[in-house]
Design a protein around this ligand. Structure first.
Ligand SMILES: [Zn+2]
Length: 272
């Protein structure tokens, strides 16, 4: 059986479900629950939520049981590739709570709030400040990365909860990587123009050598890492799972690999 375990993550197989956890975050497992789910769990996109209702409810039931999380504590916005990060307070719970429509990052220091986002190739950023005990769960797709949602998450932790960037751990989950994130001039130009002043952006845009067409691979993981380092996060506090969702599409739902009908993985973070 395939095992994704490496120096950063452990691949857990328990009670018929599978997920990965970051070794670094497991150091705080007495106060923090977290995971990135693997197949066969499927949490479905917003559009296929109704038609997959039974499978999705079964997936939530299993993950809640595994992590001893109350279903009523789930905070799961209708994410839409924005750069908007919002704080979760008491009463903000719910799946697709309208108050959190078009929100792609959640932050809180409250206990028993299960912050959840869905993924099929987009980049999961899991932030944790062990000093101030603050978490932020972020859905950073290529559009979110382009709009630097990671910066907004760190700023929300600093402004709302007095975190020091030097204390913040950021774990980067399985995502489409430079081996598979191939784009054409339009998307390449967006990244180039956005980051040309602040980053050595040419290091993160690799011309595809497959032919003379205008195709490029973009290293969105490294771009996220670089913008977080500039904010004051420490290199040793940025932990990369090093897992590509497309390369591992047998274990991970991937939009590139499976198209419109792709299922969804989730990231989960909860203080308790
Ligand atoms: Zn890949």
């Amino acid at each position: 059986m395939k095992d994704l375990t490496n120096e950063s993550i452990v691949h857990v197989k328990n009670n018929g479900i599978e997920y990965i956890q970051f070794r670094r975050l497991l150091e705080y497992k007495n106060i923090l629950k977290h995971c990135f789910t693997l197949k066969p769990l499927d949490f479905a996109s917003f559009d296929s939520y109704k038609e997959k209702k039974n499978k999705v409810e079964d997936s939530y039931k299993k993950i809640c049981k595994e992590f001893r999380i109350e279903y009523s504590n789930i905070c799961r916005p209708n994410q839409t590739h924005t750069n908007i990060v919002k704080s979760i307070e008491d009463g903000d719970e719910g799946i697709y709570n309208e108050k959190f429509d078009n929100v792609d990052g959640l932050v809180t220091n409250k206990k028993n709030k299960a912050l959840i986002f869905c993924f099929a190739d987009c980049t999961p950023l899991l932030f944790f400040d062990p000093v101030k005990k603050v978490i932020s769960n972020v859905h950073s797709g290529w559009r979110g990365t382009l709009q630097t949602i990671g910066i907004n998450a760190v700023e929300a932790m600093v402004q709302n909860y007095y975190s020091n960037p030097k204390d913040i751990i950021c774990c980067i989950g399985p995502t489409i990587r430079k081996c598979h994130f191939e784009v054409e001039d339009d998307v390449k130009d967006l990244f180039y123009n956005k980051f040309k002043k602040e980053l050595d952006i040419n290091n993160y845009i690799i011309k595809s050598d497959s032919s003379n067409n205008n195709k490029y691979f973009i290293d969105t993981v490294e771009i996220n890492k670089q913008i977080l380092l500039k904010l004051g996060l420490k290199e040793e506090n940025i932990i990369d799972s090093k897992i590509c969702s497309v390369c591992n599409e047998d274990k991970i739902h991937s939009y590139r690999a499976h198209g419109e009908n792709s299922g969804r993985n989730i990231t989960l973070m909860e203080l308790y």
